[in-house]
Ligand binder design. Sequence first.
Ligand SMILES: Nc1ncnc2c1ncn2[C@@H]1O[C@H](COP(=O)(O)OP(=O)(O)OP(=O)(O)O)[C@@H](O)[C@H]1O
Ligand SMILES: Cc1ncc(CO)c(N)n1
Ligand SMILES: [Mg+2]
Length: 550
Amino acid sequence: MGFQSHHHHNFSAPRLQSNCLLKSGFSSTKKIHQFNQSRALKVKSAMRQQEDEVRIPHVLTVAGSDSGAGAGIQADLKACAARGVYCSTVITAVTAQNTVGVQGVNVVPEDFVSEQLRSVLSDMRPDVVKTGMLPTTGIVKVICQSLEEFPVRALVVDPVMVSTSGDTLAGPSILASFREELLPMADIVTPNLKEASALLGGVPLESLADMRSAAKSIHDFGPKHVLVKGGDLPASLDAVDILYDGKDFFEFHCSRIITPNTHGTGCSLASSIAAELAKGSSVVSAVKVAKRYIESALDYSKDIFIGNGRQGPLDHHLKLKNYAHGLCRQRLFDPGNLFLYAVTDSRMNQKWSRSITDAVKAAIEGGATIVQLREKEADTLDFLESAKACLKICRQHGVPLLINDRIDVALACDADGVHVGQSDMPARVARVLLGPDKIIGVSCKTPEQAQQAWVDGADYIGCGGVYPTSTKENNLTIGLDGLEAVCLASKLPVVAIGGIGISNAHSVMELQVPNLKGVAVVSALFDRESVLTETQKLHKVLLKSSTEVR
Ligand SMILES: Nc1ncnc2c1ncn2[C@@H]1O[C@H](COP(=O)(O)OP(=O)(O)OP(=O)(O)O)[C@@H](O)[C@H]1O
Ligand SMILES: Cc1ncc(CO)c(N)n1
Ligand SMILES: [Mg+2]
């Protein structure tokens, strides 16, 4: 500490620091170690104040765990993740729950709820707190105390009382604590019809007019906004929610989605509102966006089948999944796909006046096991259109389609991956852009490049030019020796490329070197009269080589 106050930042040369260290009287190694640690911490917190630090919006949810994961803590985590917000969790109860109902509830002692709150609030400073299932009045109390000690930007209260299945999650004794303690602190409270009715001592709520007057009465308890949700209105009516801010009413309409999978809509709506508030939205726009998200998620999960009960769960991660195209597509890369790797070339297709789709179709019918579109001259729009058309053909045959160099085109058409060269987008950047599931291949000529491709998260290596080629100008030929060196050093499967065709494919595969999975060809297939026949011939040669090996 003395060191810090005696010498200010201007004197920060390393030599001076070690002099000061001696002067300050740190003698034992232990002390020096401690000093270095505290200095490391200071450096870290100084770094944290740098301008380029990224503050991610943060919601803390205080709620119960739902073992079926449609509602509660699990819904909050997934909804926040889907909305791009960090979510920390304080658990108030653990429920044994599924699509049939609630089989058991285990309440977390209020002292331990308090301890969880302190851990998160004192250190991580969430922007917004959202509450869900609060099973005891004692738990409501510790939340109010914690929020007084550690204020947050907004409080969203979902006054959970009964599960969708009709099981009690918080008894009627909780109502007084809600009215008197939590609601006065809330920026928004989100009761469904039953909860609004209970908060008001049991008044029946059946129409939009009832919902409006309920919102007004609940506002008198002190929350800044009241959202009365109409999910449980008669099935003949739209799902309309009413927001009241003490002055004006806002109606949020969406058409009713016919689905058994509505378990968790309430929790997810409240945490999505919290997520938007954490991003800095006003309450009105937060509700608008959150409701839109719930509508899409409900629509998206309307046909999924999980569990045998009456109430299936909402599924939150609509953007990450692809049910629409049948089952979840399996995207794991199979190195066996490198066996006969067809690379298209726009000039050759022009020369033989065939469309890129016809070229791809013929190659696949002839036995190609993976296709790469390499369209150096094409306009982006044309390239995208032909990529979409080729993808359709490839999917029909279960053959992966890769795009050369153009990450944007691969993303736009949802191709299976990309192939990049040493002077294209670095593989590690491509990996970040494309996510964990897409296939990434990298052209490598040396063991060092092969090692880098592995480090960067590539899936395979294209190694060449093995023989001289006319497809690529100024391309260094590395020969069979160069190929062998890369294959031996590589941690990734390798496909050989460069001047390979029917006459020499056997000499390549004959190397029998580990990791070598096949050959990639351009001219040998596409600079020919019949793509189909040439591919069939090459396929035969490769099959022969691979059976000879065994
Ligand atoms: N079938 C549906 N179609 C469209 N929107 C719906 C449907 N059911 C509920 N919603 C909407 O979902 C949100 C949650 O509403 P709901 O009234 O069901 O809350 P809840 O009963 O607290 O939820 P939960 O069923 O998870 O306990 C509201 O915005 C509501 O309008
Ligand atoms: C844990 C938990 N919280 C909230 C709800 C309300 O849907 C539920 N069913 N379970
Ligand atoms: Mg409901």
